[in-house]
Design a binder for this molecule. Structure first.
Ligand code: PAF
Length: 307
C-alpha cells in the first residue's frame, strides 16, 4: 500500500495529514522540528470545525524531516510555504526523494515549480492548487475554517494510477479534489485570489469574510483586483470573464469567511510572509510587461513594513 507522507506541520499540513489518516489512508507526518513530531506522536492531531467543535482526533506517526532517510513507497505532499523552500530543505528533499519519486506541491504564489524542477530533476512534480482554509491553533491542533477545492495537475508524464490514487485519497478524506489538465489557469486564478485577500486581510487584520463587509473595503479590493487582473491577463489568465473572476474572489471570501488568511496568520506571528511570491511576483511580471503596478507595490511595501 502506498503511504502518503505529508511534509509540514503548519495549518495545511496538519489538516491534510489528520484528515487523510482519519479516513483510513496510510499516512505519516514529517515535521520540521523534533519537538512537534514528539508532541504529535504523544497526543495525535486534533481537527476542529470552524466553531471549535472537535471533528477528528487521530493517532498518526510523525518524525522530523531530519530523521527521514528515504521516501521509498511514499508520495510526498509538500505542505510548507514558499518561504520554507530553502536550499537546505531542497538538498534534503533531493537526498530522500529518488529519481522517479513523486512530490505534490501545495504552495501559494508562483516561482516554486521552477525552483523544484531545478533542484529535483527527474522527480515527478504534481502541482496542487487548494482554496481550503485552515488555522493552526497549536502544534497538534488545526481548525478547518473553510471548505474549498483542491485541483491536481493532470500531466501526461505522471502515472494515471498515481494521480487517481491521490484524487481518491483526498476525496475519501473529505476534500473536494479534482484532476485538472488546465492547472496553469488554476494557478493564476489562485494567485489572483491570494493577491487580493491575503495582503488586505493582513494589513487590516480581519478575517476573510470581513473583507466584503463595507463599500470602502470592496472598493479597495476592486482597485487591487483590476490592476492585478490586467497584469495576469497578459500573463495567460484567459478563460473566465472579469465578472466571473470577481465572483470567484468574493465566493472564496464567503466560503472561508471565518478564516484568517495565511498571510494574516504569518503577520500576527511575526513570521516571514509569502508577499514576495504573490504581490511581489505580480510587480515583477508588471515590470517585464512595461506596466506600472502601484496597488501591488503599495501592499507589498505595507506588508514588509508591518512585519
Ligand atoms: O492563503 C490563504 O489563506 C488561502 O489560500 C485562502 C484561500 C485565501 C483562504 O484563506
Amino acid at each position: 500500500m502506498t503511504t502518503i507522507a505529508v511534509l509540514g506541520g503548519g495549518s495545511l499540513g496538519l489538516l491534510l495529514a489528520g484528515k487523510l489518516k482519519a479516513s483510513g489512508c496510510s499516512c505519516v507526518l514529517w515535521t520540521r522540528t523534533d519537538s512537534q513530531a514528539a508532541l504529535v506522536n504523544s497526543v495525535g492531531i486534533t481537527i476542529e470545525d470552524h466553531t471549535g467543535n472537535s471533528l477528528n482526533s487521530v493517532t498518526i506517526h510523525a518524525c522530523s524531516l531530519e530523521e527521514v532517510t528515504s521516501s521509498d513507497n511514499r508520495v510526498v505532499l509538500l505542505a510548507v510555504k514558499q518561504t520554507a523552500l530553502t536550499s537546505e530543505l531542497l538538498t534534503k528533499l533531493a537526498s530522500i526523494i529518488p529519481v522517479g519519486g513523486a512530490l505534490v506541491l501545495f504552495q501559494n504564489g508562483v516561482g516554486h515549480v521552477e525552483l523544484l524542477e531545478q533542484a529535483l530533476p527527474g522527480r515527478r512534480l504534481i502541482v496542487a492548487v487548494t482554496t481550503e482554509g485552515a488555522h493552526r491553533l497549536d502544534a497538534t491542533t488545526v481548525r478547518h475554517t473553510g471548505h474549498g477545492e483542491t485541483r491536481l495537475s493532470d500531466n501526461s508524464d505522471i502515472d494515471p494510477h498515481l494521480l487517481s490514487f491521490l484524487e481518491q485519497s483526498l476525496k475519501q478524506a473529505g476534500f473536494s479534489a479534482f484532476l485538472s489538465k488546465e492547472l496553469g489557469e488554476a494557478i493564476l486564478r489562485k494567485l489572483l485570489i491570494n493577491a487580493i485577500i491575503n495582503p488586505l486581510t493582513a494589513i487590516m487584520r480581519i478575517r476573510n469574510g470581513e473583507l466584503t463587509k463595507s463599500a470602502a473595503r470592496l472598493e479597495l479590493m476592486k482597485a487591487l483586483f483590476d490592476e492585478t487582473l490586467d497584469i495576469l491577463r497578459d500573463y495567460g489568465l484567459g478563460k473566465q470573464s472579469e465578472a466571473e473572476l470577481w465572483d470567484t474572489v468574493l465566493n472564496v471570501c464567503s466560503a472561508t469567511s471565518h478564516n484568517e488568511s495565511s498571510m494574516l496568520q504569518d503577520v500576527v506571528l511575526h513570521k516571514e510572509t509569502e508577499i514576495e511570491y504573490i504581490n511581489g511576483a505580480i510587480c515583477r511580471i508588471a515590470t517585464q510587461q512595461g506596466k506600472q503596478a502601484p496597488w501591488n507595490e503599495a501592499v507589498t511595501a505595507l506588508i514588509k513594513a508591518i512585519n
